[in-house]
Design a protein. Structure first.
Length: 303
């Protein structure tokens, strides 16, 4: 199946972009056109818990550094390819050491509430905005890219709440933030007046979390988001850690949301001994602003 999936992908790649060539000393590295971009193609079966497993060879990554480069994650019965720009994660890979076999270990988790890239030794990163050939088009043709949008804290809160509401969840946003929500960026939604019954032991923590998704019709907390626009990432991680230690049986999605310039800072902070020991490092995802906007846009298109 690996050969079939990869062959189908390469055929579509050639159809869309013309000539491609395989780089020397690797079966997985390709170049589009006359140096337009380099692609690192990785394949995995989908295993239990809807997860995939990949090895990213350090020497392969070295061959594509300094070029417009994309890691292409493929798996069986995939609807759209997943394209992850290497430049977004160069600092992350440089912060860790590959395994004894010379590979960085990575997994993709296919979840109902979002797709996550897990890099062993670092943490989880939401990659929902990286699916589809249109994503590759935008990465290859920088002239077509729009200037980066400068989102505000309130705009990201609004988008996260709207995404959760569109997915059928109840939404909690701190009372003092609700008047600041910006409805110009998303459809209106209602916020819960109270936190779910049974969360009293952690209510003081939850009341300050920027956005919470709660399964509608139940008391189950599905996701916690801390938007670290200018505040220290460490403070959001401490809040998550306190919640995790007080209520370890509740296993929601933990996400730190920030601009891409803070990705490397997240990687350093999440690997502090306190978060490694508590287990938060294995549960918390970094989620950047364009991913939030892209996720909302896709939901709107399909509703």
């Amino acid at each position: 199946m690996a050969n079939e999936t990869k062959a189908s992908f390469l055929a579509e790649l050639t159809k869309r972009y013309g000539s491609i060539r395989r780089l020397e000393n690797s079966l997985s590295l390709y170049e589009l056109g006359n140096g337009a971009a380099r692609l690192y193609i990785r394949y995995s079966k989908v295993h239990s818990r809807q997860q995939t497993f990949y090895g990213l060879r350090a020497e392969d990554l070295q061959q594509i550094e300094g070029h417009p480069s994309v890691i292409c994650f493929l798996w069986d019965k995939q609807i759209e390819p997943l394209f992850v720009p290497l430049e977004d994660y160069e600092d992350v890979f440089q912060s860790i050491t590959p395994a004894s076999d010379g590979q960085y270990k990575a997994q993709v988790y296919l979840k109902d509430d979002g797709t996550e890239l897990y890099i062993a030794g670092v943490g989880r990163f939401n990659v929902d905005a990286n699916f589809g050939w249109e994503r590759l088009d935008s990465l290859l043709d920088s002239a077509r890219l729009l200037p980066s949008t400068d989102y505000t804290h309130s705009q990201i809160q609004t988008l996260l709440g709207a995404i959760g509401a569109a997915k059928g969840h109840d939404i909690w946003i701190p009372q003092h933030d609700r008047s600041k929500l910006e409805w110009s960026v998303a459809h209106r939604f209602d916020c819960r007046d109270q936190l779910p019954h049974g969360t009293e032991p952690v209510s003081s923590i939850l009341q300050e979390v920027d956005v919470i998704w709660i399964e509608r019709g139940s008391t189950r907390i599905r996701a916690l988001f801390e938007v670290e626009h200018s505040t220290p990432i460490y403070s959001g991680l401490l809040r998550f850690n306190d919640f995790h230690l007080v209520a370890p049986s509740i296993r929601p999605r933990f996400s730190i949301v920030a601009n891409d310039l803070r990705r490397a800072l997240f990687a350093r902070q999440i690997n502090r001994p306190t978060f490694q020991t508590s287990g938060l490092a294995e549960l918390c995802t970094f989620f950047e602003y364009p991913n939030v906007a892209g996720w909302y846009d896709r939901l709107v298109k399909h509703t």
